[in-house]
Design a protein around this ligand. Structure first.
Ligand code: ADP
Length: 664
């Protein structure tokens, strides 16, 4: 067998001719082409006519390129030359084109060590070069993309941090992201790398069956799965999606090629066997690989569960707060201290006598406030900003209609990012009724002590006087002192009774025990103390045979109160007429006197708790409770109470109660 360097040129040529590799054989210092196979001719863009020609004559475009020189070098030195990725410009189809080659000029030596042939083999590596170049370019663009991605992601995170910020922005960010990625996918196989490195959740599903092709850890984390899902179809990988809309949407995207944007969609995913709900912003985007039969769907998702839940929580709290504010008639506001702009709820404005659609600013608040309270409230606000404490204040305000109202306000400062108090969050409550009531109560206490003090003083004086004359024989003076004492003790007892009744009323202990009784008989037998006194004439008129279903004792209490008041406040009226009449299912009892009468505007107030006309100097004792207690008794009977009066002619106090037990 011949050694390779003694190969018979004919043999060599025939072997080389079979080779799919581009091959040529040269000889001589002029590099005559002995042979070139089809692959080599194709590289050169020449036909078989070049065989037998010198290299530079055959391929003149190579004269100015290094190859003839290298070949000469190899011929002269007998040293094989090898090159990789070497560019060559060749005329192909009449056009000069640059291609890249790996090639070898192998010196085949004769027995004297002199070059006999040069064996030229070449592989075109233009594609590889182009690919490498592309890879290089892509990796630059990828880096750019990665930068963009992380910039987008940063923007994303920043956006997400702002709970209320719009998701639209996110969608735009995702949109540009998806475009970049899709672009890359269509052209570039390093898509896989891209997905795996992506700072957002990404996956690629292949084909109609949605085979999990590429996933990154972020997606796996959302899915609660590991890499074993790769190669499964999505319904296999995530069986819990059955019955949820996603598979349907994916199929549609696959079919139509129209991307789908999901905004805060809830997906239930199984994590260690437990179904957990997550909220996702995501895009399904079909990528079309040129010429490929199958498409892929690229999924880019962002888990927004925390934000959604936090927002839902805030919404829920806000709703509850609104309900609570509404139910308690609480006004709420946020004042921007520098601008005085207030964001207030409707109730807040109403508390200050403004309509909900009217503008109400901080200055209006102080304008409404009684001047003597303004500085005090301002100081409280300042103090609460200083101490980050809650301020509490109660102040009267004047509405634009001139009416006075009381406001209870609580507030707390809010601070800007520099820690400067810039806002005040406040709550207000209209406490006018409470204030009025407190006022009445205070008034009542002073009246009550004053009223009780009068008889006590009289009784005390009588007793002191009696003590002084205790050793003297019993006289008219003794009798008068005792009578006075008894009378005033009686008044005190009455007042204490009223106080006790009021206490019972406010504790809801006024018990009504109803039974049938004849009301005419009750009226005839009551008020014996007055009849005995013989100073007044009690006339009773009306139906005699009327039985009513009521609390006899309490109804008598009301009648006695009316009659006592007639005696007390209309002493000049000799006659007091009690009338009994039935009005359909009601019985009406009126007590009429012929005294001085009551002013019209006084009438509705008489039955209010603690209401008492100023009788100073006239010696009427009383706590202003009697008629209020009467009204409560009648109310318990589901009846009505009222008074009519004509000045200087007299007054009529009346009540109506149902005659019989109501049929339910
Ligand atoms: P008081 O303990 O002051 O009597 P009442 O509730 O019984 O309290 O009465 C309230 C007010 O109604 C009295 O202060 C009085 O001014 C007025 N009043 C009640 N009855 C009469 C009457 N017959 N004539 C005039 N004024 C009356």
């Amino acid at each position: 067998m011949n050694a390779p360097d003694h190969i018979n040129p004919e043999q060599l040529l025939s072997i080389l001719f079979q080779s799919p590799n581009a091959t040529a054989v040269y000889t001589g210092s002029n590099i005559k082409i002995l042979s070139a196979n089809a692959a080599m001719l194709k590289f050169w863009g020449k036909d078989r006519s070049v065989i037998g020609k010198n290299f530079t004559d055959a391929i003149p475009e190579l004269i100015d390129q290094p190859f003839p020189g290298i070949l000469r070098e190899v011929w002269d030195s007998g040293i094989t030359y090898y090159a990789k990725n070497y560019p060559a410009t060749l005329e192909i189809d009449g056009e000069l084109q640059e291609s890249y080659f790996d090639f070898e000029y192998k010196a085949i030596l004769n027995e004297k060590g002199k070059t006999e042939f040069i064996l030229h083999t070449a592989f075109e590596v233009s594609e590889r070069m182009a690919a490498q170049k592309l890879v290089l370019e892509k990796s630059v663009s990828e880096q750019k993309l990665n930068e963009e991605l992380s910039a987008i992601n940063e923007e994303y995170t920043a956006t997400n941090e702002e709970l209320s910020s719009t998701n639209e922005e996110l969608m735009t960010a995702e949109n540009s992201l998806i475009k970049l990625i899709a672009e890359l996918h269509d052209k570039e196989k390093r898509f896989r790398f891209m997905i795996e490195q992506s700072p957002v959740a990404m996956a690629s599903l292949k084909g109609e069956n949605l085979i999990v092709d590429i996933v990154n850890d972020i997606v796996l984390n959302i899915w609660g799965k590991d890499r074993s899902v790769v190669g499964m179809s999505l319904p296999e990988a995530l069986p819990e999606l059955e019955g949820q809309p996603f598979l349907g949407i994916l199929k549609k995207v696959y079919k139509t090629g129209k991307p789908f944007y999901g905004n805060e969609l809830k997906v239930s995913l199984s994590n260690n066997g437990n179904l957990t709900d997550r909220y996702l912003n995501f895009v399904y985007h079909r990528t079309n690989v040129d010429g490929a039969e199958e498409h892929s769907i690229l999924i880019v998702a962002n888990d927004v569960t925390e934000q959604v839940l936090a927002r839902k929580n805030v919404d829920e709290i806000n709703t509850r707060l609104e309900i609570a504010l509404d139910a308690s008639s609480l006004g709420s506001t946020e004042v921007h201290l520098a601008t005085g702009v207030m964001k207030s709820n409707d109730q807040f404005k109403r508390n200050f006598g403004f309509e909900p659609d009217e503008e109400f600013v901080y200055a209006d608040l102080f304008e409404a406030m009684f001047p003597e309270y303004r500085e005090k409230v301002k100081a409280l606000v300042q103090e609460s900003i200083r101490t980050n404490g809650i301020y509490k204040a109660e102040y009267p305000i004047k509405w634009r209609d001139g009416s006075t109202h009381w406001i209870q306000a609580n507030g707390r400062p809010r601070y800007d990012e520099n820690g400067k108090g810039d806002r005040m969050v406040g709550m207000t409550l209209d406490i006018t009724d409470k204030k009025l009531f407190e006022q009445q109560k205070d008034d009542f206490l002073s009246i009550a002590s004053h009223e009780l003090k009068t008889p006590i003083t009289v009784v005390k004086a009588c007793l002191q006087f009696l003590y002084r004359i205790k050793d003297q024989p019993f006289s008219d003076t003794h009798t008068r002192m005792i009578e006075q004492s008894v009378k005033h003790i009686g008044k005190m007892a009455e007042m204490v009774d009223d106080l006790l009744n009021i206490r019972r009323l406010s504790e809801g202990q006024l018990q009504i025990e109803k039974k049938y009784f004849n009301i005419y008989d009750l009226l005839s037998n009551t008020c014996n103390h007055i009849k005995l006194e013989n100073k007044y004439k009690l006339i009773i008129q009306g139906e005699r045979s009327l039985d009513v279903f009521a609390d006899e004792h309490r109804i008598e209490q009301v009648v006695i109160n009316f009659v006592n008041n007639a005696v007390k406040y209309a002493p000049e009226s000799y006659e007091i007429i009690i009338t009994l009449e039935s009005e359909r299912e009601y019985v009406k009892v009126s007590v009429k006197d012929f005294g001085k009468g009551i002013e019209k505007e006084e009438l509705p107030k008489l039955f209010d708790r603690y209401y008492r006309k100023d009788h100073s100097g006239k010696g009427y004792s009383g706590l202003g409770l009697g008629l209020y207690i009467c009204s409560q008794i009648i109310e318990k009977h589901k009846g009505e109470i009222g008074a009519e009066s004509v000045l200087n002619e007299g007054s009529t106090f009346w009540f109506k109660i149902p005659i019989s037990e109501p049929i339910i």
